[in-house]
Write a protein that binds this ligand. Structure first.
Ligand code: 5GP
Ligand code: ZN
Length: 114
Protein backbone atom coordinates (compact mmCIF):
# COMPACT_ATOMS: atom_id res chain seq x y z
CA UNK A 1 0.00 0.00 0.00
CA UNK A 2 1.60 3.22 -1.17
CA UNK A 3 0.51 5.47 1.72
CA UNK A 4 1.07 2.98 4.53
CA UNK A 5 3.79 3.82 7.08
CA UNK A 6 4.73 0.21 7.82
CA UNK A 7 4.76 -0.76 4.12
CA UNK A 8 7.19 2.13 3.57
CA UNK A 9 9.44 1.04 6.47
CA UNK A 10 9.40 -2.56 5.19
CA UNK A 11 10.32 -1.29 1.69
CA UNK A 12 13.24 0.72 3.14
CA UNK A 13 11.72 4.07 2.15
CA UNK A 14 11.56 5.21 5.80
CA UNK A 15 14.14 4.15 8.40
CA UNK A 16 13.33 1.65 11.12
CA UNK A 17 15.29 -0.39 13.66
CA UNK A 18 14.79 -3.99 12.61
CA UNK A 19 15.50 -6.71 15.17
CA UNK A 20 14.31 -9.66 13.04
CA UNK A 21 13.28 -10.31 9.44
CA UNK A 22 12.17 -13.31 7.42
CA UNK A 23 10.13 -13.80 4.27
CA UNK A 24 6.81 -13.29 6.09
CA UNK A 25 7.39 -10.86 8.96
CA UNK A 26 9.66 -8.10 10.18
CA UNK A 27 10.12 -7.01 13.79
CA UNK A 28 10.78 -3.36 14.61
CA UNK A 29 11.60 -1.52 17.79
CA UNK A 30 8.67 0.76 18.54
CA UNK A 31 9.65 4.41 18.02
CA UNK A 32 7.83 5.41 21.24
CA UNK A 33 8.40 2.47 23.60
CA UNK A 34 5.87 1.93 26.39
CA UNK A 35 8.04 -0.61 28.25
CA UNK A 36 11.77 -1.50 28.38
CA UNK A 37 11.09 -3.97 25.55
CA UNK A 38 8.49 -2.81 23.02
CA UNK A 39 8.66 -4.62 19.70
CA UNK A 40 6.25 -4.67 16.76
CA UNK A 41 5.83 -7.92 14.83
CA UNK A 42 4.61 -6.84 11.39
CA UNK A 43 3.65 -9.01 8.41
CA UNK A 44 5.17 -8.02 5.08
CA UNK A 45 1.68 -8.44 3.63
CA UNK A 46 -0.52 -5.36 4.05
CA UNK A 47 -3.60 -6.16 6.15
CA UNK A 48 -5.31 -3.06 7.56
CA UNK A 49 -6.67 -4.54 10.79
CA UNK A 50 -7.68 -7.83 12.36
CA UNK A 51 -11.09 -7.26 10.77
CA UNK A 52 -9.56 -7.83 7.33
CA UNK A 53 -7.85 -11.15 8.12
CA UNK A 54 -8.82 -14.06 5.86
CA UNK A 55 -8.67 -17.80 6.56
CA UNK A 56 -5.52 -17.92 4.42
CA UNK A 57 -3.82 -15.68 7.01
CA UNK A 58 -4.17 -18.17 9.87
CA UNK A 59 -0.63 -19.49 9.52
CA UNK A 60 0.73 -15.95 9.27
CA UNK A 61 -0.94 -14.89 12.53
CA UNK A 62 0.29 -18.05 14.21
CA UNK A 63 3.84 -17.30 13.12
CA UNK A 64 3.52 -13.73 14.44
CA UNK A 65 2.60 -15.01 17.92
CA UNK A 66 5.33 -17.63 17.84
CA UNK A 67 7.84 -14.95 16.84
CA UNK A 68 6.63 -12.77 19.73
CA UNK A 69 7.24 -15.63 22.17
CA UNK A 70 10.67 -16.39 20.70
CA UNK A 71 11.77 -12.75 21.00
CA UNK A 72 10.43 -12.40 24.54
CA UNK A 73 12.36 -15.52 25.56
CA UNK A 74 15.47 -14.31 23.70
CA UNK A 75 15.35 -11.05 25.66
CA UNK A 76 15.00 -12.91 28.97
CA UNK A 77 11.30 -12.26 29.57
CA UNK A 78 9.90 -15.74 28.97
CA UNK A 79 9.50 -16.50 32.67
CA UNK A 80 9.08 -12.94 33.99
CA UNK A 81 6.25 -12.30 31.57
CA UNK A 82 5.28 -10.20 28.60
CA UNK A 83 2.21 -9.01 26.75
CA UNK A 84 1.42 -9.51 23.05
CA UNK A 85 -1.50 -7.46 21.77
CA UNK A 86 -3.18 -6.18 18.62
CA UNK A 87 -5.07 -2.89 18.85
CA UNK A 88 -8.03 -2.75 16.48
CA UNK A 89 -9.70 0.47 15.39
CA UNK A 90 -10.41 3.68 17.27
CA UNK A 91 -11.47 2.69 20.75
CA UNK A 92 -8.58 0.27 21.09
CA UNK A 93 -6.11 2.98 20.00
CA UNK A 94 -5.04 1.66 16.60
CA UNK A 95 -3.14 4.43 14.81
CA UNK A 96 -1.30 2.54 12.05
CA UNK A 97 -3.63 0.57 9.79
CA UNK A 98 -1.28 -2.27 8.90
CA UNK A 99 -1.58 -5.00 11.51
CA UNK A 100 1.20 -5.27 14.07
CA UNK A 101 1.56 -7.33 17.21
CA UNK A 102 2.90 -5.25 20.10
CA UNK A 103 5.25 -7.23 22.36
CA UNK A 104 5.83 -5.47 25.68
CA UNK A 105 7.96 -6.54 28.64
CA UNK A 106 10.32 -5.37 31.35
CA UNK A 107 7.89 -3.81 33.81
CA UNK A 108 4.70 -4.79 35.59
CA UNK A 109 1.93 -4.42 33.05
CA UNK A 110 -1.38 -3.52 34.62
CA UNK A 111 -4.69 -5.25 33.98
CA UNK A 112 -7.26 -4.19 32.97
CA UNK A 113 -5.40 -2.06 30.42
CA UNK A 114 -6.15 1.66 30.20
P1 5GP B 1 -1.11 1.24 17.25
O1 5GP B 1 -1.41 2.53 17.98
O2 5GP B 1 -1.59 1.31 15.82
O3 5GP B 1 -1.56 0.00 17.96
O4 5GP B 1 0.46 1.13 17.24
C1 5GP B 1 1.26 1.87 16.37
C2 5GP B 1 2.65 1.85 16.97
O5 5GP B 1 3.56 2.26 15.98
C3 5GP B 1 2.79 2.83 18.14
O6 5GP B 1 3.22 2.12 19.30
C4 5GP B 1 3.81 3.83 17.65
O7 5GP B 1 4.70 4.27 18.65
C5 5GP B 1 4.54 3.06 16.55
N1 5GP B 1 5.07 3.89 15.50
C6 5GP B 1 4.47 4.97 14.92
N2 5GP B 1 5.27 5.47 13.95
C7 5GP B 1 6.39 4.68 13.94
C8 5GP B 1 7.58 4.72 13.15
O8 5GP B 1 7.78 5.55 12.27
N3 5GP B 1 8.51 3.75 13.42
C9 5GP B 1 8.31 2.80 14.39
N4 5GP B 1 9.29 1.90 14.58
N5 5GP B 1 7.21 2.75 15.15
C10 5GP B 1 6.25 3.69 14.92
ZN1 ZN C 1 0.95 -1.53 4.91
Amino acid sequence: MSDCLFCKIIAGEIPGTFVYQDDQVVVLQDINPQAPMHLLVIPRKHVASLNELAPDDDALVGSMFRRAAALAKEHGYGQRGYRAVFNTNREAGQTVFHIHLHVLAGRSLTWPPG
